[in-house]
Write a protein that binds this ligand. Structure first.
Ligand code: C2E
Ligand code: CA
Ligand code: CA
Ligand code: CA
Length: 273
């Protein structure tokens, strides 16, 4: 039992009991959802900053739930807590790869939990999926957040090294939102940095936000690491980020996350335009 500062065992609080019951119910629901294939990827386009061309997509998990939507910000941490993230992550990888065959040769980015990365089987599992689906490893980028907080950095490094030697690339996600530092980029051999939406938004607040953003991008570029900016909603933001040196843009300005078929027709119409 966890103790609060005043010494009362919070475990006995009735509200917390209810809270725990709700989480347990959601947990078994998530387990069923995975068995019934209710977790599906949607795909958000990534654009070249220089040309505006779509060069890839990022897969984002969605839970098609009859009782109302739950976002990945809620169910991914739940899956991590109850030991379902490895299965969920591999399902997402396989489904995303299968769908991505429809828009070859665009790159595919898939989010990976640090917990998956520290699993001894992770690298082997990923390579097996690529092999089974006949997918070119050099089309795949794995996105990871909070690398500094990884419980087992040695195992994480081994997974990354094994997958990188197979041609898979790694992006450090949500840079500027968590604890990851420029040092993290080098330490784990990341191939790309993704600037968090919060930094992109801070740009609109004035020159300090803009300076922090510009300095961050310059540092990555000095290390030879290309930068993607996420959460771009306005043309002003896109212009400033392009000038600052980002080579890839992502956000509602470029395109929203879309289902497989929607993306195929969106790509066709954006090429025609
Ligand atoms: P993320 O990897 O940083 O993904 C970007 C999030 O920003 C997505 O939220 C996307 O829908 C949203 N977004 C993109 N452009 C814009 C924009 O212009 N404006 C605004 N307001 N939002 C934008 P989403 O899909 O809710 O995903 C939330 C987070 O959940 C992701 O953040 C990622 O950390 C996690 N996640 C999603 N799918 C997976 C998955 O398959 N595995 C793992 N481990 N995590 C996932
Ligand atoms: Ca991501
Ligand atoms: Ca991100
Ligand atoms: Ca995020």
């Amino acid at each position: 039992a966890k103790e609060t500062g005043r010494g009362c065992a919070i475990i006995y609080h009735p509200d917390l009991d209810r809270q725990r019951e709700k989480i347990a119910a959601l947990e078994s629901e998530l387990r069923r959802a995975l068995q019934k294939d209710e977790i599906q990827p949607v795909f958000q386009p990534l654009a070249s900053a220089a040309s505006g061309d779509i060069t890839g997509v990022e897969a984002l998990a969605r839970w098609r739930r009859a009782e109302g939507a739950i976002g990945p910000d809620a169910f991914i941490p739940l899956a991590e807590k109850c030991g379902l993230i490895d299965i969920l992550g591999l399902q997402m990888l396989r489904k995303s790869i299968v769908a991505s065959k429809a828009w070859a040769p665009l790159s595919l980015s898939v989010n990976v939990s640090p917990i998956q990365l520290c699993n001894l089987n992770f690298a082997g599992d990923v390579l097996a999926v690529l092999e089974e689906e006949g997918f070119d490893p050099s089309r795949l980028t794995l996105e990871i957040t909070e690398a500094v907080l990884m419980s087992n950095p040695e195992q994480a490094r081994r997974s990354i090294t094994a997958l990188k030697s197979a041609g898979i690339r790694f992006a450090l996600d949500d840079f500027g939102a968590g604890y990851a530092s420029i040092g993290t980029l080098r330490e784990f051999g990341f191939d790309r940095m993704k600037i968090d939406r919060s930094l992109v938004q801070a740009m609109d607040d004035g020159s300090t936000g803009r300076n922090v953003l510009t300095a961050t991008i310059s540092l990555a570029m000095a290390l030879g690491i290309p930068v993607t900016a996420e959460g771009i909603e306005s043309a002003d933001q896109a212009d400033a980020l392009r000038v600052a040196g980002c080579d890839q843009l992502q956000g509602y300005l470029v395109g929203r996350p879309m289902g497989r078929d929607e993306l195929v027709s969106w790509l066709a119409s954006s090429i025609a335009a």
